[in-house]
Design a protein around this ligand. Structure first.
Ligand code: PMP
Length: 359
């Protein structure tokens, strides 16, 4: 068996220890004689798995008691519409911060339900986070939505917006669990799993209790947060296996020392890569240094005629999925929690060597 360092933006690498445990338990989960995949979601065994996953997540993120945790389906994209349906609460307007392609998609979806005020944007370069002093929030917005980490461009907030008493809603798909956060500052946090949480198929929503119970009357049942809360996220059959794996990831994070420890490693990994890029005229990263993502590091070669060769040789060296998003070109190294530091070291060495031979 030979595993590669996979720099995919998602689905992305998972911790090897997690997959080894899953493999061991694949045919017989803890003496039940069945795989987690084959269990009834209402049975004692599976309910214990789901409860432990939630308890461990609550411990990791120190989620206050007045927040509900939901494990849903439909990805972060499903939440782009679930959020207005649930959080407008009779309001007609919501504020959105536009910093990249994912916030753009969230805005487009919200426009189906309400007036969207784009309260701030990263235009024209889309390579920075607009400072709070430029935000034009509306008085009557039901909530303020932002995307703390734009996965495609690698633009990340390293500060927490202050939106007064408006609920702050965050699409944390590509940053959740990369570092500690103060959940109490948010009205709602959501994330698709396939970066830092687990396999694709489960979507995490953390929502403050007082925002629940006022979904639009026409809200489909599976998208109604209150109904999902009442049903312990089992209003219909949940994504049982992905949640089981997410639970193993939460345990792995706890064993590692929690999110403070994870943040230290992530910061170091990102710094190594940005330092390597900045030190060389052969590579560059276009993002404002204040807004560079810890998780997604795009970079371009000075001569894009070498892109193909770079990707081929990287692949041959066991460094895979480095091609940038089709809309941006160049390269993108996604270095989520499960990317070992050795993977970043290998990439940095490969980049230096490639430059020596082609620079
Ligand atoms: N938001 C962000 C920030 C993302 O990175 C992604 C996926 N790459 C999405 C939303 C969409 O997620 P999903 O595919 O789970 O719907």
């Amino acid at each position: 068996m030979s595993r590669v360092f996979n720099f995919s933006a998602g689905p992305a690498m998972l911790p090897e220890a997690v997959m080894r445990q899953a493999a061991e338990e694949m045919l017989d989960w803890q003496g039940t004689g069945m795989s987690v995949m084959e269990m009834s979601h209402r049975g004692k065994a599976y309910v214990s798995i789901a409860e432990k996953a939630e308890a461990d997540l609550r411990a990791l993120l120190q989620i206050p008691d007045n927040y509900k945790v939901l494990f849903l389906q439909g990805g972060a994209t499903g939440q782009f519409s679930a959020i207005p349906m649930n959080l407008l609460r009779g309001g007609k307007r919501a504020d959105y911060i536009y910093t990249g392609q994912w916030s753009k998609k969230a805005i487009a979806e919200a426009k189906k339900f309400c007036e969207v005020n784009v309260a701030a944007s990263g235009e024209p370069d889309m390579m920075h986070v607009p400072p709070q002093s430029q935000w034009q929030l509306s008085d009557d917005a039901a909530y303020v939505h932002f995307t703390p980490n734009e996965t495609i461009s690698g633009v990340e907030f390293h500060w927490l917006p202050d939106v007064g008493d408006k609920p702050l809603v965050a699409d944390m798909s590509s940053t959740l669990l990369s570092r500690p956060i103060d959940v109490s500052r948010y009205g709602l946090i959501y994330a698709g799993a396939q970066k830092n949480i687990g396999p694709a198929g489960v979507t995490l929503v953390i929502v403050r209790e007082d925002l629940l119970g006022e979904a639009m009357p026409q809200t489909p049942t599976v998208w109604d947060y209150q109904q999902q809360v009442d049903a312990d996220s089992m209003l219909n059959t949940p994504a049982t296996y992905p949640l089981y794996i997410a639970g193993l990831v939460f345990q792995w994070l706890k064993d590692l020392g929690g999110l403070e420890a994870m943040a230290e490693i992530n910061h170091r990994k990102a710094q190594k890569l940005y330092d390597a890029i900045d030190a060389s005229p052969f590579y560059s990263n276009p993002v404002d240094p204040q807004a560079r993502s810890w998780m997604n590091v795009p970079f371009v070669l000075a001569d894009d005629g070498l892109d193909k060769l770079f990707l081929e040789e990287a692949e041959a060296a066991g460094l895979t999925t480095l091609k940038g998003h089709r809309s941006v070109g160049g390269m993108r190294a996604s270095i989520y929690n499960a990317m070992p530091e050795a993977g970043v070291d290998r990439l940095v060495e490969f980049m230096a060597d490639f430059e020596r031979r082609n620079g």
